[in-house]
Every structure is written in structure tokens, then in C-alpha cells.
Write a protein that binds this ligand. Structure first.
Ligand code: ZN
Length: 411
């Protein structure tokens, strides 16, 4: 054999040995030194891979696990949570990736996250939900803000429908509507009550504790002078006097609820007892006249302290519960004084009333009583109407456009 052939064979042999050696070491990794290079990671996702999310709701990871060479590698998984924008409607791919220790093999798993928007925006009124404006004054709408979980601030998209006419007393509704990019709509309302400026103008005469035969005399006087008033009725006085109530309605007066029994101990025993007594009267008035009373007056007024003898703090609760029963309650700011005793001189009652009217309260509400024992009240009313009208006052029944007169609550 030539010398050169021997060299070739030697080289080839070395190569074969190297290749076989390489195969043994690398492919079969007989020494285990390439384990980390060759390791294939695995990722297992828990839960659904297709997830639908309501916009604005944070994505909650249903969990996943991962291994490299059978060993736990969950904490080495990289998840690109930033690729899912919960504030924008769309379909996102959330990718989980894991590389083996030397960055050689990388596996990926993914979920499809669909962000949808089916939630309506919310509208928040600025200012009060009910606003009162005097006739002739300017009404400035305070506006509203709107926000959507997906679209964010929608205040600029709020449409306002405002038909308030401050030239005319009445109840108006301002409507706010807004819709988000996905077409979900929301609306809100504000009640605007345009009321008459009463000072020097309208006087509200109110009569408690009737009806009685004196009520008929008062109705005659009101009719004679073409005036109106409000009657806070005691339910137990209605049977036998149904015609008086019907007449009040026919002649345009305001029927309101006072109580059924007027028994302080019974009605101020508990909230339930109070409303049972009160609503019994409202129901009876409705049964007799078809009219549902919108106004009420607490026996003793909202400021009474007598109720504390039967239930501490009950007035604070009852006054807030009126709205639940669709009631406005009225106290008074002018007292005729006829509650102090029966048969007080008519002149004294008249003087009290006229002094009060001349105080020019924004809403003058006069407290009087029309039970059978209050004959001098009738005489006083005759003079109040006559003189009041000559001084330019008018006398009207309470209605929803009148600003409520409330005493401070003392129990
Ligand atoms: Zn009373």
C-alpha cells in the first residue's frame, strides 16, 4: 500500500470515530451534557382557550402550567398580557411562550380573547335631580356627565332635551341621552319645577282636622270670593261627610291627608303604625272622590316633640319616607293661633294671619283648623279673604309647583 493511501485511511478512520463519537455524545447524549440544549418545553393552558370578556372587565388568567424535561417551569413562561386591551372592542391573541434553558427550543400556546361591549354607559346628573325655579327666572341646566367602561368619558356625546319654560309654572322634564360606540344607550332625567313667586302674591290657606259643618261654611266663603285652599283631612271624620269631600274636588280645592285617628300615641308608636293610619285615610279619600292625595301634614307638624314620648327619632325617619309613598309633606310658616284654644276671638286669629301674610314669606302657608269647635276661625277666614284680596293677594290650593314648607325635625 502506498504511503498516501495509508494517510487517507487514517484520516477517514479518525473522521468515522469522530462522527460516531459525536453521534453517541450528542444524539444519544450518553453523558447528559446536552440535556438543556435538547430539552423540549411544554405549556398546558387551564380553562377555555376562547374567552369572551365584557369591556372594562379585567382579564382573569384561568391558569397554566409548564415543564422542561418534566420539571416544573411554570414561572418561566412569558405571557404578553399587554396585547389584550380591555378598553377596546376587538379580538386579541394572548401568547404564552417558554424557551428551554439555553433559549434553543421555544414553544408557544395561545388563547383568543374577544373583548365585547354590551354594557350601557352611565349618566350622572350634575346638580340636583329636582330643581325649582321661580317663574320668570332663568333656568341654567347643570348638565350631566357620562362614562362608559369601554369608551371612557362620553360627556361630550350627551344629548340634552330641555323644554323648560320658565314663563309658565309647571313641572318639566329635562332628558339626557348618550350612546356608546357599540350602540348601548343610556338616559337620565331631571325634574324642573317652575313655581310662582308667592311673596306679595299667592297665599296658601290650609285647614286641618276636618271635615265638619264649619268646613261647609269655609267652602261657601272660598266660593264667594273665588279662592282656593287646602284641606288636611282626618279620615275618621269622613263617614257622613263624603259630600263635603266631593264638593272640595268639584270646586278645585286641594285634598290632603292629615291622619285617620289623630291619636298621637297610636300613630307615633311605630313607622308601620303611622303609615297604616295615614294610608287608610288616603285610600278613603280616593274611594270617596277618586282623587289620590299628593300632600300630607304630620299631626303636630314635622317639628313635633310629642312623638318622642312614643318612639325616639321617628320623625327623622317618617319625613324621609314620604317620598317612598309619593308624598310631599307641608308644615306651615303662619299660624292663625286657633289651635291654642277653642273660641278665640276672630279678630285675634285674623291679626295673626294678616301679620304673617305681610311677612312676605316666599310661600306663605297658613295653619287653621276646620273642626266643629272652630267657629271663630270661619269668621276670621271671611275677613282674611276680603281684606287679602283687596290688598292684591290671591288664595290658592297647594299643588306640585309650590315649594314645600318644612319645619326642622326635633325628634
Ligand atoms: Zn291636626
Amino acid at each position: 500500500m502506498k504511503k498516501s493511501s495509508k494517510i487517507v485511511i487514517a484520516i477517514l478512520s479518525v473522521l468515522i470515530v469522530l462522527i460516531v463519537g459525536f453521534l453517541l455524545v450528542w444524539q444519544l447524549d450518553v453523558f447528559g451534557i446536552f440535556k438543556d440544549y435538547k430539552a423540549v418545553p411544554e405549556i398546558t393552558l387551564n380553562g377555555e382557550t376562547d374567552i369572551t370578556l365584557e369591556g372594562g372587565t379585567p382579564f382573569e388568567e384561568p391558569g397554566f402550567s409548564a415543564t422542561i424535561n418534566g420539571e416544573d417551569a411554570t414561572d418561566k413562561v412569558e405571557v404578553d398580557y399587554k396585547s389584550v386591551d380591555i378598553t377596546k372592542v376587538g379580538t386579541y391573541t394572548l401568547t404564552y411562550s417558554l424557551s428551554n434553558l439555553k433559549g434553543r427550543n421555544t414553544v408557544e400556546a395561545s388563547r383568543t380573547i374577544k373583548v365585547q361591549d354590551t354594557t350601557a354607559p352611565t349618566i350622572t346628573l350634575k346638580g340636583d335631580k329636582t330643581v325649582k325655579v321661580k317663574v320668570g327666572e332663568e333656568y341654567q341646566d347643570a348638565g350631566a356627565t357620562a362614562a362608559d367602561k369601554v369608551d371612557g368619558d362620553l360627556t361630550k356625546s350627551v344629548k340634552v332635551e330641555n323644554k323648560v319654560d320658565t314663563g309658565k309654572k309647571g313641572k318639566y322634564i329635562v332628558t339626557y341621552t348618550v350612546s356608546d360606540a357599540a350602540g348601548n344607550k343610556a338616559s337620565a332625567e331631571r325634574e324642573v319645577i317652575v313655581f310662582k313667586q308667592s311673596a306679595g302674591g299667592v297665599v296658601y290657606l290650609t285647614f286641618d282636622d276636618g271635615p265638619s259643618f264649619n268646613t261647609i261654611k269655609i267652602l261657601d266663603l272660598l266660593k264667594k270670593y273665588n279662592c282656593h285652599a287646602t284641606f288636611f283631612i282626618v279620615g275618621q271624620n269622613i263617614p257622613g261627610n263624603e259630600d263635603i269631600l266631593k264638593r272640595m274636588v268639584d270646586e278645585g280645592h286641594t285634598l290632603a291627608v292629615h291622619t285617620y285617628t289623630h291619636d298621637y300615641a297610636a300613630i307615633y308608636k311605630s313607622e308601620a303604625a303611622f303609615w297604616e293610619d295615614n294610608l287608610k285615610t288616603r285610600d278613603l279619600i280616593k274611594k270617596v272622590t277618586g282623587v289620590e292625595a299628593k300632600f300630607m301634614r304630620f299631626p303636630g307638624g314635622a317639628s313635633n316633640t310629642i312623638s318622642a314620648n312614643y318612639s325616639k327619632g321617628i320623625m327623622s325617619v317618617l319625613t324621609t319616607q314620604c317620598k317612598d309613598h309619593d308624598y310631599e309633606y307641608f308644615d306651615w310658616n303662619i299660624s292663625s293661633g286657633d289651635a291654642n284654644a277653642d273660641g278665640l276671638p276672630a279678630k285675634q286669629l285674623y291679626d295673626n294671619i294678616m301679620a304673617g301674610i305681610h311677612e312676605n314669606y316666599e310661600t306663605p302657608v297658613v295653619l287653621m283648623h276646620d273642626t266643629g269647635a272652630k267657629g271663630t276661625t270661619v269668621t276670621a277666614v271671611a275677613k282674611v279673604l276680603k281684606v287679602g284680596l283687596s290688598e292684591g293677594y290671591s288664595f290658592e290650593g297647594l299643588d306640585e309647583t309650590v315649594s314645600p314648607v318644612h319645619h326642622g325635625v326635633n325628634n
